[in-house]
Design a protein around this ligand. Sequence first.
Ligand SMILES: Nc1ncnc2c1ncn2[C@@H]1O[C@H](COP(=O)(O)OP(=O)(O)OP(=O)(O)O)[C@@H](O)[C@H]1O
Ligand SMILES: [Mg+2]
Length: 270
Amino acid sequence: MNDSRSETSTISTDDCAAIQVCRLKKTFARRSDGQTIVSIECLDLIVPSGEVLFIVGPTGCGKSTLLSLLSGLESPTSGEVIIAGQKPDIRHDHLNGILGIIFQQDRLLPWRTALQNVAIGLEIAGVTKARRVELAQKWLYKLGLKGFENSYPRELSGGMRQRVAMARTFALEPKILLGDEVFSQLDKITSQKLGADFHLFAREQKMTVILVTHQLEEAIQFGDRVVVMGNYAKVLLDVSIQGFKNKNEANALCEQIENVMRQEDTPVSR
Ligand SMILES: Nc1ncnc2c1ncn2[C@@H]1O[C@H](COP(=O)(O)OP(=O)(O)OP(=O)(O)O)[C@@H](O)[C@H]1O
Ligand SMILES: [Mg+2]
């Protein structure tokens, strides 16, 4: 049982919001000299249930830090994060089955087959063996890996391994999904194909999604909304792109986002 659930929150309970971030600040003490590094200065963000939100911004602006805070891997220096009504904390299991994370690296276990890798989260969740196999197989098939259930990660290509990692997360059918530059290590065509599958399944499952990316085209093609961050995770632009599929409009938005980022792109002394 998570003790943080009983703590009082400054955020009002809003059933429509899957993710709420209020006056969030995160600093780190640099190990080499103890200097305080500000990663996130003061961020407010509300993500309604079922929204697909892309976060873009220059390197070092705090995107990965935000995902670490949302997933409970890190805790805020001040301010608050609420996921599905609860404070995330990786040490507790209260968000199991609710929150899924896909990392940049596939993080597969080399001694487990593709099927066993996909089933790992289900195993931890206590799902019966027959059901684990059924679900793992279903997601491997959906992701085009029929015939590779018994292959080990070293026998698969990078794109195939990333598909196994996606299947591992989707098999848990999380309500909220976080991803950090999920396809950035793959070639453009593979990354586009995987991206299309990813978004198809996420929409089918009505998931709330936050994806960090450097691919503006992906964000505009698949997102409902794009948040552009500047230094210290300051929100420079927050734009809804629902139903925004006209090519000219998309190109104009791309240009606008790039201009905003260019103006912010000066190196900051941290
Ligand atoms: N564990 C840590 N200890 C010290 N500083 C950290 C730590 N994690 C992040 N930072 C600092 O916080 C800032 C933001 O880092 P973060 O990884 O969130 O950036 P990012 O936006 O994800 O960048 P990129 O696009 O390059 O992945 C950087 O200045 C980084 O050095
Ligand atoms: Mg990052």
